[in-house]
Ligand binder design. Structure first.
Ligand SMILES: *[C@@H]1O[C@H](CO)[C@@H](O)[C@H](O)[C@H]1NC(C)=O
Ligand SMILES: *[C@@H]1O[C@H](CO)[C@@H](O)[C@H](O)[C@H]1NC(C)=O
Ligand SMILES: *[C@@H]1O[C@H](CO)[C@@H](O)[C@H](O)[C@H]1NC(C)=O
Ligand SMILES: *[C@@H]1O[C@H](CO)[C@@H](O)[C@H](O)[C@H]1NC(C)=O
Ligand SMILES: *[C@@H]1O[C@H](CO)[C@@H](O)[C@H](O)[C@H]1NC(C)=O
Ligand SMILES: CC(=O)N[C@H]1CO[C@H](CO)[C@@H](O)[C@@H]1O
Length: 808
């Protein structure tokens, strides 16, 4: 009813070219699409090597010394070797090392082999070095490996130092740090659960074996913590509105990591890697991809946005409070998966590639990821992109080289899911009509006809022997109509694939169609996605942040829908248990006994019957057709003839809003006052509404709202909350967000839709004093009000009627 806190987007300036902190945006898509052409997985890595890592002179000295790997294993395994090629211009020492990082410790050298070279200088040579990995890295927990190590990162590196006469024989433990040239590569490792047991190499005493058998299933747990965070591991369907995912970072529990992070705040070095699939460029000047809102609710670094020309706009805040922005002119392609890698680092970045932009700032950048929260997609301050976002990886402590990231991703990139998503969107019959602009112009009538036809075919399928064949036709019809942008078709397809009705269960197809439905902002598709993510069903990752992203959208739509009584496509939702005959009995429509009985009683002047009937007619519930004039007639009778306070209130609101009856404020106010005097709590709130919206007397309005709230009116509670939030109460002009939150929460618990949306936002961001973040509670609150959505009610009613006819 009132607007919320507003936060103005900060100004965008062009960057100064006097360096200190720099950032680099790299956009890959040529690279990624080549992966989709079914080039074997490893090729992705090697392509990226060629494209991105050509820096000719970085790994050799002017004298021609170099060290590099020839043949190198791609993963951690027993009994393997690496070939090292090197060229010494003078006496030198070469070393090969394996360095591992575990969730608890980083940079532990577990293997080192060194040798010296005193002859044949200036000629490239090569040596094969056997690699020995500790069993704790190779195998799972077993008799011989009691404490296996979970590794985040295994790096194989080689280095070379020149030997100076007096240094012979001196400890060379610091070889790598002092080296002239060096090289490294990441090795893949298996997670603990996928490793094999260590082969038995010696005999074991019976007693020791028995002890092992007794204790082997006790699992030692240590907190897993990594500086690489999967902010999202499943695409999020972003509708281009102000709804998105809220993510909050906490400090590392691992002291080692936390120390590194706090030290790094002075010289931030972070990397963000985001997958995008755009359906259109931004419809306003900028749309959010990822934004950081700090605890004072100002934008902080970084803000990554998409412009209306498809370019990437990056904004950072400097420590002196100034904001700076730069644009990476990319004109991002639509309808293809793109990966955006954004590096922020202190050191100067030497390489500059096609599609890469570098910018340096004159002073330090303000960066603290534990402050405030991050938004993916839209939030109340700015709309999000239209398309899909995710997966997203965030390297909190930065990533030293691009290669390592590419490596990290290359195994995910070609995974069939994304391939499938791409195939789906790039299918030929879709590409002709799938363009969003065209689609808006396209007449949806046709796809609706196809959909209805498909639904009819389903009904036919159950009666026919060739039912399953018919269903495969249905799937084809639905695919066409989904391509044309018919939302219910996408959802129905998703349901068929996920539940395996008429087709084998196919989760990937189910996911693809669920996401297509979600991005078109369809209420039921959003609710479907939110619910699956909340519960982690059907292969959707369980993730309350994502669930919140969907439910906040549907919650807001529910609040808007609530005010559209006249919309014929919604009705009140009712929970009906199909196994309860009595409940089913009340749902029998106008000709049913209950409704007939109500009509009879209402005619005889029973106020309760009149009000119930009026409610049914106004909303079209209990199988009754919506009939607003008839509803108004019954309300008029109960209010004016029977002098019933709650009917008076309902009728007064219809009069004040002019719903189904001619607007009459005088009569409306008179009825409200009468009803309030007769003890109607709703009427107290209605009076507040009258004074606040119609005659604009805030002091009087607040007093009525407060009275209503004290008497347990959920609307009253919500309205008092709004006054507290905005500081609109003339007697107490200080804003108190904590108090506002508690009013909203109280209203939400009584089923107030806007109260739930507001309190869930505060719970999700954890941004106000005394209200800790609680994403689970936020999702639950929103889920409850979302299920009151009138469109869901319409669907349920339809489904129920079909059920009663005994049809599929
Ligand atoms: C090896 O080093 C020598 C100088 O020490 C240089 O002349 C030669 O070109 C180098 N060889 C290669 C293959 O780089
Ligand atoms: C980062 O933000 C957190 C949370 O607001 C705060 O406690 C911490 O002091 C900040 N660190 C720095 C260095 O500003
Ligand atoms: C679009 O729909 C209208 C009815 O809503 C219909 O009269 C018209 O023929 C349709 N146009 C096309 C191009 O299908
Ligand atoms: C409002 O209702 C009152 C009482 O029924 C009536 O006298 C008055 O004419 C109505 N005003 C309008 C504008 O219809
Ligand atoms: C805000 O409201 C809360 C709870 O109602 C109260 O405890 C707190 O003192 C208020 N703060 C201010 C600044 O008035
Ligand atoms: C209509 C009604 O019930 N009003 C009561 C609301 O609560 C206040 C105090 O809490 C009472 O004084 C009112 O009579």
């Amino acid at each position: 009813m009132k607007s919320n806190i507003n936060l103005a987007a900060k100004s965008s300036l062009l960057c100064h070219h006097i360096g200190y902190w720099s950032c680099l945006v790299i956009i890959y898509w040529a690279l990624i699409s080549s992966c989709f052409l079914n080039i074997p997985k490893l090729k992705c890595g090697s392509i990226s090597l060629k494209v991105w890592c050509e820096s000719p002179d970085a790994d050799r000295t002017p004298h021609g010394d170099f060290v590099r790997f020839g043949h190198v294993p791609d993963r951690v395994m027993d009994k393997c070797s690496v070939q090292v090629q090197y060229n010494c211009s003078t006496a030198c020492q070469i070393g090969v090392e394996i360095v591992i990082s575990t969730p608890r410790k980083t940079g532990v050298i577990v293997y080192r082999r060194t040798w010296t070279n005193h002859k044949r200088f200036g000629k490239p040579r090569s040596r094969t070095v056997p690699l020995v990995f500790p069993p704790a890295v190779l195998y799972r927990r077993h008799f011989f490996v009691k404490q296996p190590l979970e590794t985040c990162d295994v790096v194989l590196r080689a280095w070379m130092i020149h030997l100076v006469e007096e240094e012979f024989g001196v400890s060379r433990a610091k070889g790598y740090e002092r080296s002239l040239v060096r090289t490294s590569t990441s090795l893949r490792t298996l997670p603990l659960s996928e490793r094999t047991a260590c082969p038995q190499t010696r005999s074991v005493s019976w007693g020791a074996w028995l002890m092992w058998q007794l204790t082997k299933d006790t699992v030692r747990k240590c907190p897993h913590e990594s500086d690489i965070v999967d902010i999202l591991n499943f695409p999020f369907a972003s509708t281009g509105e102000t709804f998105g995912i809220i993510h909050k970072f906490s400090s590392f529990r691992n002291r080692d990591l936390e120390r590194r992070r706090t030290l790094a705040l002075k010289q931030p070095s972070v990397t963000l890697s985001v997958w995008l699939y755009l359906l259109s460029w931004c419809s306003q000047s900028v749309c959010g991809i990822i934004r950081h809102v700090n605890e004072h609710r100002n934008y902080e670094s970084p803000l990554i946005m998409l412009s209306d020309t498809g370019d990437i706009v990056l904004q950072v805040q400097l420590v002196d409070g100034e904001d700076q922005a730069l644009t990476a002119y990319a004109a991002l392609p639509l309808h293809t998966w793109i990966r955006l890698d954004i590096f922020f680092q202190v050191s100067e970045v030497r390489q500059l590639y096609l599609y890469a932009v570098m910018c340096t700032f004159h002073t330090r950048v303000q960066f603290n990821d534990t402050s405030g929260y991050f938004v993916i997609g839209g939030c109340i301050y700015m709309q999000g992109i239209h398309g899909y976002i995710g997966p997203i990886k965030y390297y909190r402590l930065g990533s030293e080289n691009f290669l390592k990231i590419l490596w990290f991703w290359s195994s995910d990139v070609c995974e069939s899911f994304y391939g499938d998503l791409k195939r789906k969107f790039d299918r030929r019959e879709c590409t002709q009509t799938w363009s969003w602009d065209q689609q808006r112009r396209f007449n949806l009538t046709l796809s609706r006809v196809v959909y209805q036809d498909a639904v009819k075919t389903i009904a036919k399928a159950e009666e026919s022997d060739s039912g399953l064949d018919l269903l495969s036709t249905v799937i084809q019809q639905l695919q066409v109509s989904s391509c044309w942008g018919h939302q219910h078709s996408s959802l129905l397809l998703a349901t068929l694939h996920l539940s395996g009705l008429g087709v084998p269960v196919d989760l990937e197809q189910g996911h693809v169609y669920s996401l297509i439905g979600g991005v078109s902002d369809d209420r039921l598709a959003l609710m479907h996605l939110g619910y699956k993510h909340m519960q982690g069903l059907d292969g959707f990752p369980k993730d309350q942040n994502t669930a919140y992203g969907y439910y906040s959208n549907i919650g807001t739509q529910t609040s808007i829908d609530c005010n559209k009584v006249q919309d014929s496509s919604q009705t009140l939702t009712e929970h009906v248990h199909l196994n309860n005959d009595d409940e089913l009995h009340t749902q029998t429509g106008e000709l049913g006994d209950i409704v007939q009985y109500l009509k009879h009683q209402a005619d005889r002047g029973d106020v309760e019957a009149q009000k119930t009937l009026a409610g049914m007619l106004l909303w079209g519930s209990n199988g009754v057709e919506k009939d607003i004039p008839a509803a108004v007639m019954w309300y008029t009778r109960s209010a004016l003839q029977m002098v019933d306070p709650s009917a008076m209130y309902d009728y007064a609101i219809l009069l004040l809003k002019g719903t189904g009856v001619k607007k009459n404020r005088t009569l409306g106010l008179e009825l409200l006052e009468k009803a309030a005097n007769m003890g109607s709590v709703e009427a107290l709130n209605g009076l507040g509404w009258y004074y606040s919206n119609i005659v604009k007397e805030e002091r009087k309005a607040y007093r009525y709202f407060e009275l209503a709230a004290q008497n347990g009116s959920r609307d009253g509670l919500f309205n008092v909350g709004v006054y507290q939030l905005n500081g609109d109460n003339p007697d107490k002009p200080d804003r108190n967000e904590t108090a506002a939150f508690h009013y909203f929460l109280h209203a939400a618990q009584l089923g107030h839709v806007d109260g739930a949306v507001q309190s869930a936002l505060f719970l999700s961001t954890g941004s106000i004093q005394g209200v800790p973040r609680d994403q689970d509670k936020a999702v639950l609150l929103l889920k409850r009000v979302s299920e009151m959505n009138g469109h869901l009610g319409f669907m349920v009613k339809d489904a129920l009627q079909t059920y009663q006819r005994g049809s599929w």
